[in-house]
Write a protein that binds this ligand. Structure first.
Ligand SMILES: NC(=O)c1ccc[n+]([C@@H]2O[C@H](COP(=O)([O-])OP(=O)(O)OC[C@H]3O[C@@H](n4cnc5c(N)ncnc54)[C@H](O)[C@@H]3O)[C@@H](O)[C@H]2O)c1
Ligand SMILES: O=C(O)[C@H](O)COP(=O)(O)O
Length: 387
């Protein structure tokens, strides 16, 4: 039996895939696995049973990845599962920044008692006129799951699209329309574009990427869209640029006291992934990853351990070991197994940065003393015996 805890509401479409072997618990400290969306986990103390955290979504800046890795907790996310939801809201954001739709709707609400509203609207509407997206230049920073969809969709709307991503994956490059211009530097994109949208993860290297220097390179009346994370933009500098008129609109999915209410800021309450489809997709993927790890030891879409897959546990016993990525770990594992005359049917070892994962199928029972001896090896962080 496995205990799981949901730190945020998780779509039932995902949870209903859990068999009776999975029991929800109200105390996260007792759980084998945690399902989470954006709840902050940096100040949490984890229980010793906790083996997996599955983030039903993309961004993992709410989770202490290094601490989890050290405690033998594998963190998963659901790449691409909510990308379409975000793409659609980014397009809506560009339209809201181009046509004064919000101003127009407010005008109608303010004049709802006006019996002559139809006629008066025809006089009032010139105050809400805007411009079209077709023919404008859009710069997309970060061509991952979301950036690629935004770039391709904007191209189909007739925009001239520039993409910048020095680390673009082969998979994303295949999906990107060949009509997207390759910006060789982010500065080139800042100088060229009328609309700039950022789709990179929040990391030390990307925090404050759009700062006063970046804004100074942009065209006057540029529209900046941020559906990735607030920390990517120096918000004080952005507010100055809105006040001075350099930036026409800052469309952000992240309300903060600095930007909320500022003229020119269009602030949305983190709705990018809040669609039925995205929530269902994320929950299904997160649950699948969590179950496959707990039951079979397979790791898919982890952000702190390597991906590793040996299929379902069959008739053999499977030992899975999370450990530091240092020399001679396999040698020490096989020495313990050989001592007890255990035969290895299959073995896979993968690494990611400072951490590594070893899966070993054994064609006999694994005595608890063997598991204990494996746990006692220096640099081993967690050992589980499955089946
Ligand atoms: N608003 C929302 O509801 C919502 C929903 C999903 C994701 N997000 C945010 O959007 C981010 C991106 O999501 P995704 O699914 O596209 O992720 P992704 O991992 O598929 O893509 C991120 C891309 O950024 C690129 N990148 C990294 N550093 C860069 C840099 N310095 N310059 C240019 N490109 C760089 C990577 O190479 C990668 O291609 C997430 O990390 C998350 O913070 C927000
Ligand atoms: O990173 C993400 O996936 C998004 O920001 C969505 O977050 P949410 O699941 O809290 O809506």
């Amino acid at each position: 039996m496995y205990k799981y805890h949901c730190l945020n509401p998780i779509s039932e479409v995902g949870l209903e895939r859990l068999t009776e072997a999975y029991v929800p618990v109200s105390d996260a400290k007792t759980a084998d696995a945690i399902l989470v969306r954006s709840a902050g986990m940096h100040d949490m103390e984890f229980g010793e049973n906790l083996k997996a955290i599955a983030r039903a979504g993309a961004g993992v800046n709410n989770i202490p990845l290094e601490k989890c890795a050290e405690e033998g907790i594998v963190v998963f996310n659901t790449p691409g599962a909510n990308a379409n939801g975000v793409k659609e809201l980014v397009i809506a954001g560009m339209l809201l920044a181009s046509r004064d739709i919000l101003g127009g709707i407010n005008w109608v609400q303010e004049n709802e008692e006006d019996g002559n509203i139809a006629k008066d609207a025809e006089k009032a509407k010139k105050a809400f006129a805007g411009c079209e997206l077709e023919g404008k230049k859009l710069g997309v920073i970060g061509l991952g799951a979301i950036g690629v969809l935004v770039a391709n969709a904007a191209m189909h709307l007739g925009m001239d699209v520039y993409g910048y991503d020095p680390y673009v994956s082969v998979e994303s490059a295949w999906k990107l329309s060949r009509n997207i211009h390759h910006a060789k530097s982010v500065d080139e994109l800042y100088k060229e574009c009328d609309y700039i949208t950022i789709h990179v993860p929040a990391m030390e290297s990307t925090k404050g990427m759009i700062d006063s220097n970046a804004i100074s390179l942009m065209k006057k009346d540029v529209v900046v869209l941020n559906f990735a994370r607030n920390v990517l933009v120096d918000e004080e500098a952005m507010v100055d640029a809105l006040i001075s008129g350099k930036v026409k609109h800052y469309v952000t999915d992240f309300p903060t006291p600095i930007v909320a209410g500022v003229k020119g800021a269009i602030v949305i309450p983190h709705l990018g992934a809040s669609t039925e489809e995205s929530e269902d997709n994320c929950a299904k993927m997160a649950v699948k990853e969590m179950v496959d790890y707990l039951e079979n030891g397979n790791i898919t879409n982890s952000v702190n351990y390597p991906n590793c897959n040996m299929g379902k546990v069959g008739d053999n016993k499977r030992i899975v070991l999370l450990h530091h990525n240092v020399p001679n770990m396999i040698g020490q594992f096989t020495k313990v197994l050989a001592r007890d005359n255990m035969n290895i049917a299959d073995l896979v070892n993968k690494s990611k940065g400072g951490y590594a994962y070893t899966m070993i199928d054994i064609d006999s029972d694994v005595p608890e003393t063997v598991a204990e001896d494996l746990r006692a090896i220096k640099d081993v962080l967690r050992v589980r015996v499955l089946n």
